[in-house]
Design a protein around this ligand. Structure first.
Ligand SMILES: [Mg+2]
Length: 321
């Protein structure tokens, strides 16, 4: 039987691309492109808290990297490479092989090779920590603080499906196999919008990836930028699977649902054609869902312009204007 080190090496040691020093020395080395800044981000995923114990390990490998690539996307940064920390209660080779497959497939798709890592034995649960490195030309990163009054608010892709799947799997709603089948991929196989982030450099004023829910993440842009916003509820790009669901559940999924990993960004109204062009270039749908206001607060309005009451909990610090 292979030793622990041999097993880990088998699944995680890949030859680094030319110009990078990857796994196998004390540190990984990579060149930072001249005139560019290095963007870096870390995420920590814990079994039972961030993922279910019985999740498909290939999907878990994919998502562990996807959530980090999504942070690079939100900054308009181009991926360089990543490092992985893995704590496992036992060495299960089939699990490890599938996890590595999901991880490496996404890494290859985005030119973000695994260039270092560490593994250790844990007492009970799996813990996964990924750090990504990317690069972005100096002073062009999409930051949270750049939104200005009058900006359009845009969202990429669709909203709501991941939240529906999460709550079904968590037992918060009665089992509904067709609904789970229609929403599960959004939760387990998020696609980071790296190409869109790159295409939005020089166009978007501010951006964030939606990890904790649209209201909460847009709230971070508003707080950092010192502005408010009005969202048009009827314009939100709801996943088709939400059709016919009871309104409170739909509203929670659209406004409060996390694990979306789409981009929410603001751009001047004069740049609408450029935003549309960037979206076409990236091959992703974008939807204009509101506007940035000078006054503080985040209002969500229905099709008749009335403020929506009963917003998902956790946003009381942004009272409706
Ligand atoms: Mg983020």
């Amino acid at each position: 039987m292979a030793s622990e080190f041999e097993l880990i090496a088998r699944y995680f040691n890949r030859a680094a691309p030319q110009g990078l020093l990857g796994v196998g020395d004390d540190c990984a080395l990579f060149p930072a492109p001249a005139g560019e800044e290095v963007a870096t981000s870390i995420d920590l995923l814990l079994e039972g808290r961030h993922f279910f114990s019985d999740v498909d390990p290939r999907a878990l490998g994919h998502k562990s990297l996807a959530v980090n690539l999504s942070d690079l996307a939100a900054m308009g940064a181009r991926p360089i490479g990543c490092v992985l920390g893995l704590a496992l209660p036992r060495l299960d080779e089939a699990w490890l092989a599938a996890f590595a497959q999901g991880f490496h497939d996404l890494a290859a798709a985005h030119g973000c090779p695994l260039i270092g890592g560490d593994t250790t034995r844990s007492a009970h649960d799996i813990a996964i920590s990924v750090t990504v490195f990317g690069s972005v030309p100096a002073a062009t990163a999409l930051r949270r603080a750049g939104a200005r009054a009058g900006d359009d608010i845009w969202v990429s892709g669709e909203l709501g499906a991941a939240d529906i799947a999460y709550r079904l799997l968590d037992g918060q709603h009665p089992a509904d196999p067709p609904l789970l089948a229609a929403t599960r991929a959004a939760l387990e196989w998020p696609e980071p919008q790296v190409a869109l982030g790159l295409a939005l450099r020089g166009i978007a004023h501010a951006a964030i990836d939606i990890s904790d829910g649209l209201l909460q993440d847009l709230g971070h842009i508003l707080a950092a930028s010192g502005v408010g916003a009005c969202l048009w509820y009827a314009s939100l790009p709801a996943a088709a699977a939400l059709d016919g669901l009871a309104e409170p559940r739909r509203r929670q999924a659209l406004l409060g649902g996390g694990d979306v990993y789409q981009l929410c960004f603001t751009a001047p109204a004069a740049r609408r054609a450029d935003v549309a062009q960037a979206a076409r270039q990236a091959g992703v749908r974008v939807t204009r869902v509101g506007e940035i206001t000078a006054g503080p607060g985040l209002a969500v309005r229905d099709a008749e312009g009335r403020p929506l009451a009963g917003l998902p909990r956790g946003f009381d610090h942004f009272p409706a204007a």
